[in-house]
Design a protein around this ligand. Structure first.
Ligand code: FE
Ligand code: FE
Ligand code: FE
Length: 171
């Protein structure tokens, strides 16, 4: 597809993020399964439901623009998920693995926040009000998820991961 104007670029980036969200619908259940902390597990499961709704929301965005909802492989998300999967397969302390799962999840959320932030800006500039509103809704969800992960890491998971290390030092 030729990128002749900002609208072309908007559609191209929407195809990328549609792929990213679809990849996450497949990857998040594995992340939830690998997590030990019940709060982390629950948080990931909740975000899976949100992610499924985000795919449907993106389909509405395409519809509002009169375009077909076609995904184009997001290589960045492939990479982020591949890195997250490596962590899941490692042996080790459960709390430490939970900390690693949060780190991987936050990389994903930050990628999404960057992408949706740009998409909202472009949609607004193009006067695509409906698309802008829908995309802003998802952006807010990604930001909230990122904040919840930070909170969980800061109040529990990182502390437990650090304790695991301390116990080992005592032996
Ligand atoms: Fe998402
Ligand atoms: Fe991408
Ligand atoms: Fe997300």
């Amino acid at each position: 597809m030729a990128l002749d104007d900002l609208r072309d670029l908007l559609i191209e980036e929407l195809r990328d993020v549609l792929s990213a969200e679809k990849q996450l619908v497949k990857a998040l259940p594995k992340m939830a399964k690998a997590a030990t902390s019940p709060k982390l597990k629950k948080g990931i499961e909740k975000h899976l439901q949100q992610t499924e709704a985000q795919v449907q929301r993106l389909e509405k965005v395409f519809e509002s623009l009169g375009e077909k909802a076609r995904a184009k492989t997001c290589k960045a998300m492939e990479g982020l998920i591949a890195e997250g999967s490596e962590v899941i397969k490692e042996n080790g302390e459960q709390a430490v693995k939970d900390a690693a799962i949060i780190a991987a999840s936050q990389k994903v959320e930050h990628y999404e926040i960057a992408t949706y932030g740009t998409l909202v800006t472009w949609a607004k500039l193009l006067g695509e009000t409906k698309a802008e509103k829908l995309l802003a809704q998802t952006l807010a969800e990604e930001k909230a998820t990122d904040e919840q992960l930070s909170l969980l890491a800061g109040t529990e998971i990182n502390l437990e991961a650090n304790e695991g290390d301390a116990e080992e030092d005592e032996e």
